[in-house]
Design a protein around this ligand. Structure first.
Ligand SMILES: Nc1ncnc2c1ncn2[C@@H]1O[C@H](COP(=O)(O)OP(=O)(O)OP(=O)(O)O)[C@@H](O)[C@H]1O
Ligand SMILES: [Mg+2]
Length: 428
């Protein structure tokens, strides 16, 4: 262990010599200065472990020197023992008040000096060690906190991924199961139309060949309104073909939505992603006994394919749209069906291309939020929704996906009672 350094501040040569001899032979490193001013000047370089300070000196006295040392944050910790005449009680009190830890009396007693110096050095060493320990502990705590935060984030991502992949699997399964019967219906419908035309032609031929088929047949024809049926049936078939096409689109959308991401980005049609997400949320958008359907208005710009992780982007659309529906439903509470109809619930989705960035704005005219809430919405686990309704992860995940995975920006503008807009900005 290196020897402790002691600074002697005194202008009396006899005292200096005495102190020097005692402390030197006890193995300390010693520096000497002869005035308060020099002490203040040299302290940063000497950096002593303890100061022996005389009171009566030319220039600033010991008390003032002590006060100045104590008011400097870098030196305030150095213990100061001042030296005073035996009888001088007032000076002793004054010295202790100005920040000294102890005093020794003149004429100087060698043993006393050594004993007091050793005690205070010992105390100072313990204090320094404690401070170091506290600092180390604080650092360890900080590190621990960082680890906990990053673990929480990982956990949240895992939960969300699990939720999404469960939903994705379900949706993909449904789409798959729909496909076989759908294919069968489509093929049959394709065949049904020419078949019906054949039958209808054949019937006409009968009517032409046998213009007087008899009472029973005429009566039955009237009863079943055969003329109308013959006209209407092809229209019914057309409607069925259209419905079938629509189902096929839905099935394609479901598969788009449930696309499993690869571990690299792929070109993706964002509009298809948004449309498929709207489809998945259809059941929440449609009219209920309490309100008309939520209008979803899409104003799509001219977007190229965007390099991204489609499954994750769909997850973002899903989280933001689900929040918009929640905000609209919350704004509806206490309002009548008619009131809502007069000022309908809307979600407006706009896309555009700006400086090689795709910009997607999703705006609702729901309940909006206060500036205070808005500050926290991207925090993990922040929710204003009841237990079991919201976990407070949706937007935290969305921001992570947009900003960390896609190097984009997710921002929010909202006004209480007016509505909310989320803006996604991702590089092409
Ligand atoms: N469109 C919006 N309008 C008003 N408030 C919103 C809107 N979107 C989000 N918020 C507020 O932000 C909070 C956090 O949203 P977030 O999606 O992160 O969590 P959540 O919806 O509460 O729960 P979940 O984890 O199920 O999504 C919401 O509880 C709500 O208060
Ligand atoms: Mg949410």
């Amino acid at each position: 262990m290196p020897a402790n350094t002691i600074l002697i501040v005194d202008d009396t040569p006899n005292n200096i010599k005495l102190l020097f001899d005692v402390l030197d032979s006890a193995g300390f490193d010693i520096s000497v200065v002869k005035s308060g001013e020099t002490a203040l000047e040299k302290l940063p370089y000497i950096n002593p472990d303890l100061i022996l300070l005389d009171i009566m000196m030319p220039g600033i006295d010991g008390f003032e020197t002590c006060r100045r040392i104590k008011s400097d944050i870098n030196m305030a910790d150095i213990p100061i023992i001042f030296m005073t005449a035996l009888t001088d009680t007032e000076n002793k009190v004054c010295g202790l008040k100005s920040g000294a830890v102890d005093y020794i009396t003149k004429p100087i007693q060698v043993e006393e000096v050594l004993a007091r110096v050793n005690i205070h050095l010992h105390l100072r060493n313990i204090q320094t060690k404690l401070q170091q320990e506290v600092q180390e502990r604080q650092q360890a705590e900080l590190k621990l906190q960082e680890n906990i935060t990053s673990m929480q984030q990982m956990q949240i991502q895992l939960i969300q991924n699990e939720k999404m992949s469960a939903l994705g699997n379900l949706v993909a399964g449904v789409a798959h199961e729909m496909n076989n019967p759908l294919g069968f219906i489509a093929a049959s419908l394709k065949q049904a139309k020419p078949n019906f035309t054949d039958i209808s032609d054949h019937l006409k031929l009968y009517q032409e060949t046998f213009p007087h088929p008899g009472k029973e047949i005429l009566e039955h024809a009237e009863e079943i309104d055969i003329k109308y049926s013959l006209e209407d049936f092809p229209k019914m078939l057309d409607a069925m073909v259209m419905a079938c096409d629509r189902l096929k689109n839905i099935s394609t959308s479901l598969r788009t939505f449930s696309r499993a991401d690869k571990d690299y980005k792929v070109p993706f049609n964002i509009h298809e992603g948004i449309d498929s997400t709207i489809l998945i949320l259809k059941h929440r958008l449609k009219a209920s006994e309490y309100r008309p359907a939520i209008e979803v208005i899409t104003e799509y710009g001219n977007l190229p394919q965007i390099n991204c992780f489609p499954g994750q982007l769909n997850q973002v659309f899903m989280n933001i749209l689900a929040n918009a529906i929640d905000a609209l439903d919350e704004a509806n509470t206490g309002k009548s069906y008619e009131e809502i109809k007069a000022n309908p619930n809307k979600i407006i989705i706009k896309t555009s291309m700006e400086n090689n960035h795709a910009k997607i704005s999703i705006r609702d005219n729901g309940k909006g939020m206060t500036a205070e809430i808005q500050q926290k919405i991207f925090d993990h686990l922040f929710t204003t929704k009841g237990v079991g309704k919201g976990t407070g992860l949706g937007l935290a995940i969305a921001r992570q996906i947009i900003e960390e995975t896609h190097a984009g920006k997710l921002s929010c503008v909202s006004e209480l009672g007016q509505g909310t807009e989320f803006i996604i900005d991702i590089p092409q």
